[in-house]
Design a protein around this ligand. Structure first.
Ligand code: SAM
Length: 247
């Protein structure tokens, strides 16, 4: 991670990183207030401070790259989240992506961050205290053990994850954690069609359907992004004739 010397956060002129970030977010349909922008600046400063020890983002990334590849990329989900006060789970959040930018942008979300690494969880807890983010739950746990807990079953309205699991494994896990009618978001790159080839069994197992694919290119020469949205269908009780059959 390149350090803050290249990061002119407070520059009011057209070159200011904050201004460019605000404009790029608005281009995605995400309008950020000054307070939210300050939270992103503070988030960057904390990443910069902790990164050398905890490996939260690539050490070669400039401030601009962190704002585009991590903050903006996370915000690409905002227009598609249906419930501003819903329960959202981020699996394998690492340095908080995409869960923390989503929480900053939509403060009413009830966000659960799942992360196996104790070091990364201590960063996340410190960050949430500093940013005064409320309604956060940070679990230092492996996904495999969360899946064994009855209380975590079907209790999230939205499940998100970036760069933590392959698509079939992600859907297998998220299918058991998302509520009926809930949504699962996968953030994928240019090879998303190939990854979709391997998911038909898991879609059937969990009653999931792929409802939307949104593609975009991140600003300033950023990466291609495909946002895949899966919906868990409601299971209905169907009664057929006098000898009622439950399906
Ligand atoms: C490549 S990083 C991605 C982090 C973040 N989502 C991002 O996009 O920058 C993957 C993260 O998932 C975590 N992880 C991997 N497998 C996991 C599991 N089974 N349960 C919980 N966390 C896991 C790792 O500790 C790591 O922090």
């Amino acid at each position: 991670m390149e350090h803050s010397s290249s990061c002119d956060f407070n520059t009011a002129g057209s070159g200011g990183l904050t201004k460019r970030f605000k404009e790029s977010a608005a281009g995605l349909g995400v309008v950020l207030t000054d307070e939210q922008l300050q939270n992103f600046q503070r988030y960057y400063q904390e990443l910069d401070l902790w990164n050398s020890r905890f490996n939260l983002v690539a050490s070669t990334e400039s401030a601009e790259e962190v704002f585009v590849k991590h903050f903006l990329d996370s915000l690409t989900l905002v227009p598609f989240l249906p419930l501003p006060d819903g329960r959202l789970l981020d699996i394998g959040t690492g340095g908080g992506f995409p869960g923390i930018p989503l929480k900053i942008a939509i403060p009413g979300l009830k966000v659960t961050l799942l992360e196996a690494s104790r070091k990364k969880v201590s960063f996340l807890k410190s960050l949430c205290r500093i940013l005064k983010l409320e309604g956060m739950s940070i679990l230092q746990e492996r996904l495999e053990s969360l899946l064994k807990e009855e209380s975590s079953r079907v209790c999230f309205d939205m499940v998100v994850s970036r760069a933590a699991l392959k698509l079939p494994q992600y859907l297998q896990a998220a299918g058991g954690l998302v509520s009926p009618s809930g949504l699962i978001f996968a953030m994928k790159g240019a090879n998303y069609r190939t990854e979709l080839d391997d998911v038909s069994d898991v879609l059937t197992d969990w009653n999931l359907v792929l409802t939307d694919v949104h593609t975009l290119t991140l600003p300033r020469g950023g990466d291609f992004r495909a946002i895949l949205i899966f919906k868990k269908l409601q299971t209905h009780l169907t009664f057929r004739g006098p000898a009622a059959t439950r399906i």
